[in-house]
Design a protein around this ligand. Structure first.
Ligand SMILES: Cc1ncc(COP(=O)(O)O)c(C=O)c1O
Length: 357
């Protein structure tokens, strides 16, 4: 059997500038604006809870992560039976693929988007079916609907979408979900939704409560700032959660991750400071990028997708020479940093762009 190409991993490596090998572990003081990490750090309450949990980590964790599932259930008005936890939402995506996909099934989503959906399909013998985003870089729900076939097993909506930052409104999404045949699982990846400020954009969790075939993905890697701890979760009806509990990684949420995640969910102050830092940074970067003549797509996330009218790979390489790492796709993507990082990125562009045009 041939091993599928891992596009997700390649995206993660995309910051490596041409002709240069810099590992993220050895390149300080590099400014990482390529992986949408939280530059505020993480909750002090989460750190304290994890330090305490470390003391008990000679014992196995609660394999069912009941305390975390109960806390998550409380947050969304669900129960522990609606929650599946894993080592990041990427691991939830892996579990979904392992449990549901078979040779020849189709996984439908818009492109460009997060590479893990392609991986999920191809790693399990399924076919990724990619519908282009609209020209405003938005998810094309009509296009997705028209692309449904009798082989479609999963539809993925990345909301808001990575790498473009654009989002689908809740009413529009609900109307779509209601008309899609019930045999198709609709996976809504909300890794960044806590950063949205558009009042029309909110979570698809109410659709689970209304009994629709929706699985919502969430992560502690973004607004909670716990990317290195590896904890994420899926929310769905109990039957779907039971299916996921049969996947290989189902019992792997560590004692430290459980403790940190519970504490972070309770730290409203940290979460609102994370949100505010990103919102201020997003507004600042949008303004400055536009002043530099870039086209910026409206973002509901902790990153901006923009057209600098320069080859994105070249821009990435030029920024990397100046120790700033950004993403390169069909266009460029920059993660929102803290004030100093955002300013450093803009002064770097002030140097690069006029010379390149
Ligand atoms: C849209 C989206 N979903 C999921 C993830 C995975 O997050 P994690 O596995 O860290 O929870 C990412 C990470 O960048 C992402 O951009």
């Amino acid at each position: 059997m041939s091993v599928p190409k891992i596009r997700h991993t390649m995206e993660k490596m995309a910051f490596t500038p041409r002709g240069q090998r810099k590992s993220s572990a050895t390149c300080d003081p590099v400014i990482r604006m390529c992986w949408n990490e939280n530059q505020l750090g993480m909750s002090e309450k989460a750190k304290a809870a994890m330090a305490a949990a470390l003391e008990k980590s000679n014992y196995y964790p609660d394999f069912y992560a009941v305390a975390l599932k109960d806390r998550i259930g409380e947050v969304y008005g669900l129960t522990r039976d609606n929650v599946f936890t894993a080592g990041g939402s990427s691991a939830v995506i892996d579990a979904i693929g392992a449990v549901y996909l078979e040779e020849g099934d189709e996984v439908l989503y818009c492109s460009p988007t997060f590479g893990a959906y392609w991986d999920m399909a191809t790693a399990n013998g399924a076919v990724p079916v990619e519908v282009p985003l609209t020209k405003e870089m938005r998810y094309d729900l009509d296009g997705l609907y028209q692309a449904i076939t009798d082989r479609t097993k999963i539809i993925v909506i990345c909301n808001p979408n990575n790498p473009t930052g654009t989002a689908v409104g809740a009413d529009q999404l609900a109307a779509f979900v209601k008309k899609v045949p019930k045999e198709i699982l609709i996976m809504v990846d909300e890794a960044y939704i806590e950063y949205a400020d558009d009042p029309d954009v909110h979570s698809a969790v109410p659709l689970i409560l209304e009994g629709y075939h929706v699985l919502v993905l969430k992560t502690f890697s973004k607004i909670h700032g716990m990317a290195g701890i590896r904890v994420g979760y899926g929310l769905a009806c109990p039957e779907i959660i039971d299916d996921l509990m049969r996947s290989p990684g189902a019992f792997n949420t560590s004692t430290v991750a459980i403790a940190g995640a519970i504490a972070s969910l309770g730290d409203r102050d940290f979460l609102s400071r994370s949100y505010q830092m990103v919102k201020n940074g997003r507004d600042y970067l949008t303004r400055e990028l536009e002043q530099l003549g870039c086209k910026v797509y409206p973002s509901q996330t902790s990153f901006l997708y923009f057209d600098a009218h320069m080859d994105p790979q070249d821009l990435q390489a030029e920024c990397a020479k100046r120790n700033i790492l950004i993403g390169a796709f069909a266009l460029s993507r920059v993660s929102v940093g803290n004030k100093a990082q955002n300013a450093a990125f803009i002064s770097c562009l002030r140097e690069i762009l006029p010379a390149a045009r």
